[in-house]
Write a protein that binds this ligand. Structure first.
Ligand SMILES: CC(=O)N[C@H]1[C@@H](OP(=O)(O)OP(=O)(O)OC[C@H]2O[C@@H](n3ccc(=O)[nH]c3=O)[C@H](O)[C@@H]2O)O[C@H](CO)[C@@H](O)[C@@H]1O
Ligand SMILES: C=C(OP(=O)(O)O)C(=O)O
Length: 427
């Protein structure tokens, strides 16, 4: 595992360009195996999740190459081989191979996924959807085995018991190749789901309603990529830089943003008193505002994203009073709290509510990035602190933040990522 070294007291200024959305990319890569042709994606983020998905593709004899944001995938020689356990466990979205393989071959055997340590993450709604399409689902050891009879997948009406991004995407990946019509109700409406549907429709799928709470799919036999799919900007990465810019910035322009995807987040920043100059595809944050405390309640899109409750926390510590956060999706998403407390943060969690009070003195120390957003929130707090912070398990941050060291460098902030080999060299 890598370490990130952050020197406190640095201020951000300049420009940062947001990369393609992690949560689109990790669905689009498994979706690519549904194609009968090679596929090309543009604006692909350089994150660990992408490299691990490429390893999974390789195990199925699907070649891929990634350079300068372009990812080429050739699924034409795909073999339904066993998938590598380590890579499957390295990220959450590996479970999208369940839906994609089911759509492609009518069967799938995929290990239980990993992903962020943010509390229980069941997959009962994914299974409910596969079963509704006529599949048989069995847990065998650490794997989920999904099979269909000779008639294959059949379109069906599915009402999800709760709104789940993962279940919506996974069942959609299977339904695009099912026979007949599938109607998915009470689905998630995240922009990443629209991005996936756009990619699949451009290959010949018939998906209507992505972005609303009902998706209707007419199954097709073949999907052929005809053009490059450009991935939408990462709204969570954008929100992270915006919050940090408001906390420690002296003029930061965040480029390649779709501001509408950040509406609830922007509304909360404005409620705090953060000045934002919003353009068509960029946001400028002058910084240096006097900030008011706020209350945040996370909810599925278009609500305030759970993935931004930790990145906004360092900013909340600069407000003149106590802010509160209720994470309705992941009440146990609190792995940052113990670490922030050790740095001098006045932050507590009780009865499902996080309270964030103004910080008096913040001092860098050694902390752990237990998961991606907890980890990145520690980067923000470290920059607000005195002295140096060492963030252990930094791989969790690199899972989802595209070229983070270079991007901070472009904002006049030095971060260093050390591998075990780097440390041996300096001893
Ligand atoms: C790769 C990806 O896109 N990850 C995102 C996705 O995760 P993920 O797709 O795992 O999150 P879901 O939308 O499925 O989870 C929402 C809620 O539903 C529950 N649930 C989900 C499925 C299920 O079968 N049963 C069940 O009870 C979960 O425990 C959670 O409380 O959406 C989350 C919520 O916006 C984000 O934090 C993650 O960044
Ligand atoms: C929870 C997250 O990711 P994943 O679902 O991939 O673990 C996240 O991106 O904040």
């Amino acid at each position: 595992m890598k370490k990130m070294i952050v020197q406190g007291g640095q201020q951000m200024s300049g420009e940062v360009t947001i990369g393609g959305a992690k949560n689109s990319t990790v669905a689009l890569i498994p979706a690519a195996i549904l194609a009968d042709t090679p596929v090309r994606f543009d604006s692909v983020p350089n994150i660990l999740d992408v490299h691990n998905l490429m390893l999974i593709l390789k195990s199925m004899n699907v070649s891929s190459s990634f350079s300068h944001g372009i990812l080429d995938i050739d699924p034409t020689q795909i073999q339904p081989n066993p998938l590598p356990g380590d890579a499957i466990r390295s990220l959450r979205a590996s479970y999208y191979f369940m839906g994609a393989l089911l759509g492609k071959f009518g069967r799938a055997s995929v290990g239980f996924p990993g992903g962020d340590n943010i509390g229980p993450r069941p997959i009962d709604q994914h299974i409910k959807g596969f079963e509704a399409l006529g599949a048989k689902v069995a847990k065998k050891g650490n794997s989920v085995e999904i099979t269909t009879g000779p008639e294959g997948l059949q379109g069906a009406r599915i009402f999800f018991d709760l709104v789940s991004v993962g279940a919506t995407i996974n069942v959609l990946l299977a339904a695009v190749k099912a026979k007949g019509t599938t109607i998915m109700e009470n689905v998630a409406r995240e922009p990443e789901i629209i991005d996936l549907a756009t990619f699949l429709n451009n290959m010949g799928a018939h998906i209507r309603g992505a972005g609303t709470n009902e998706i209707r799919v007419e199954g097709v036999e073949h999907l052929n990529a005809r053009n490059t799919h450009t991935i939408i900007p990462d709204r969570i990465e954008a929100g992270t830089y915006m919050a940090f810019a408001a906390a420690i910035g002296r003029g930061v322009l965040v480029k390649n943003v779709i501001p509408e995807h950040l509406d609830p987040f922007i509304a909360k920043l404005q409620e705090m008193g953060v000045t934002l100059e919003i353009d068509e595809d960029s946001v400028y944050i002058p910084g240096g505002d006097t900030l008011a405390p706020i209350t945040i309640k996370t909810s599925p899109f278009p609500g305030f994203a759970t993935d931004l409750q930790q990145p906004i926390t360092p900013l909340l510590m600069k407000a003149r009073g106590t802010s509160t956060i209720i994470d309705t999706l992941y009440p146990e998403r609190i792995k940052h709290i113990s670490e922030m407390t050790r740095m001098g943060g006045n932050i507590k969690s009780k009865d499902g509510m996080i309270t964030v009070a103004p910080a008096k003195t913040l001092v860098g120390t050694t902390v752990e990035a237990d998961e991606i957003r907890a980890g990145v929130s520690l980067v923000g707090l470290a920059l607000m602190s005195q002295g140096q912070t060492t963030i252990l398990k930094a791989d969790n941050i690199l899972r989802g933040y595209d070229n983070i060291v270079q991007k901070f460098h472009g904002l006049h902030v030095e971060l260093r990522v050390l591998t075990a080999a780097d440390e041996l060299e300096t001893e």
